[in-house]
Design a binder for this molecule. Structure first.
Ligand code: UD1
Length: 387
């Protein structure tokens, strides 16, 4: 059986790593049902820090094919990916295409696969924010509508699909594949020294040599890159002011900053203020293990990333989710998780920040977030879906 799987952007890389390892393990067991696996990278994320470092750190083999799509508008990214991926499918004629998550590669490659009459499997199916202004929600909806096999990370996602009329035989509850990666890498991350992470990745060291960059004692950790938070001055400026005054006013605030956020902060003339704040520790985007290490010991996380929300849930790090909705309700406090939705209203963030600091870490492991999701997926392909 031949499978083509597709990755495109950072959150895909930690999801493909366990699948690659599990297929390799399956093939070495000589079950008589070999799986030929071709890994395609669309090239949406191309920076070393957003892409290559994850391949190295997570032992993902170099992609067999890189479509080198790069940056662009959504239509450009999706269109160019479809044109290039169609050629890959015509040449390699796989039995299945596997797409992951909700990035532009997920949408582009699921549509292309179905147009070529190739079966498509979506890993992380059924997540719904209900927010059609999020590009990721559109990607999820289209991909799930087209896919032949929908692998869900939690029971809520399965129920979402049933409500949309997806037939039962297409849905399988396999758990959260990203947690496979977390469990496999916990120990290695725990041995990293936090001050080393700060020194190695500091933006201040490059732009303002000699400035303070010490993190000793409790710290807060944040990430922010969603267009809804960073693209508009009237949202971004009060957010940055609040983070500097309220959060960095109390403890070091470590911010590994995404290229989109840097670009916008510079555009709105907030960069100098951020760079010179003594308690704001601005870092380049971090490798997987460094980010996991910082998350393990953070007093509190502030983020608009869905993946970090899930990692906070398992690690127990109290998490203020800088969004008004989430496609991952299983990570919320009302479901036993560590996260609370605060949107981008500064009064609400301030209020929850103060309240949440009083809470300690409360780890919670949703059903089947057990580190064995990739093995369950490979069992499906080696069993009832073997072609
Ligand atoms: C993408 C995903 C999002 C995910 C995020 C994680 C989609 C629709 N969005 O958003 O779900 O949470 O990745 O990082 O697929 N850029 C670089 N270097 C790179 C890649 C991008 O500098 O390697 C710049 C681009 O020029 C662009 C900005 O970063 O200005 C945003 O990149 P883009 O790929 O459009 O989407 P993300 O915001 O990263």
């Amino acid at each position: 059986m031949k499978i083509v799987s597709v990755v495109g952007a950072r959150p895909n890389f930690m999801k493909i790593a366990p699948l690659v390892a599990s297929i390799k393990k399956h093939n070495s067991n000589n079950t008589g049902k070999p799986i030929e696996h071709i890994l395609v990278h669309t090239g949406q994320h191309y920076d070393v820090r957003l892409s290559e470092s994850f391949f190295q750190d997570l032992n993902i083999p170099q992609p067999d094919i890189n479509l080198e799509i790069g940056s662009g508008s959504h239509a450009e990214q999706v269109g160019l990916t479809m044109i290039a991926f169609e050629k890959v499918l015509r040449e390699h004629k796989p039995d299945w295409v596997i797409v992951l998550g909700d990035v532009n590669a997920t949408l582009a490659c699921s549509v292309t696969a179905k147009k070529e009459n190739i079966r498509c499997c979506h890993v992380e199916a059924g997540l719904r924010s209900g927010d059609m202004t999020m590009p990721e929600e559109i990607n999820r909806l289209v991909t799930d509508r087209l896919s032949d096999l929908l692998l869900t990370p939690d029971r809520i996602s399965g129920d979402n699909l049933r409500k949309e009329g997806v037939p039962e035989e297409k849905i399988r509850f396999v758990g959260n594949i990203m947690i496979d990666t977390l469990e496999a890498n916990r120990e290695r991350a725990a041995n990293i020294n936090i001050q080393d992470i700060v020194q190695k990745n500091s933006i201040k060291n490059e732009e303002k040599p000699g400035s303070q960059n010490q993190v000793s004692g409790p710290y807060a950790l944040m990430t922010m890159h969603r267009p809804s938070n960073v693209d508009h001055k009237e949202v971004l400026e009060p957010l940055v002011n609040l983070l500097l005054e309220e959060v960095a006013g109390r403890m070091p605030l470590i911010w590994p900053i995404h290229p989109r956020a840097i670009k916008q902060i510079k555009t709105y003339n907030l960069w100098e203020k951020a760079l010179t704040h003594p308690n704001l520790v601005l870092l380049h985007p971090l490798g997987y293990h460094d980010m996991l290490r910082l998350n393990m010991d953070a007093e509190i996380m502030l983020t608009d990333s869905g993946g970090l929300q899930e990692e906070c849930c398992v690690l127990g790090t109290p998490c203020l989710t800088l969004r008004w909705n989430t496609e991952r309700p299983v990570t919320l406090r009302e479901h036993g998780g560590a996260s609370v939705l605060v949107g981008n209203n500064v009064d609400r963030i301030r209020d929850e920040f103060r309240k949440t600091l009083a809470n300690g870490a409360v780890p919670s492991t949703p059903e089947l977030w057990d580190g064995h999701t990739a093995d369950r997926i490979v069992e499906l392909f080696a069993g009832e879906f073997y072609a």
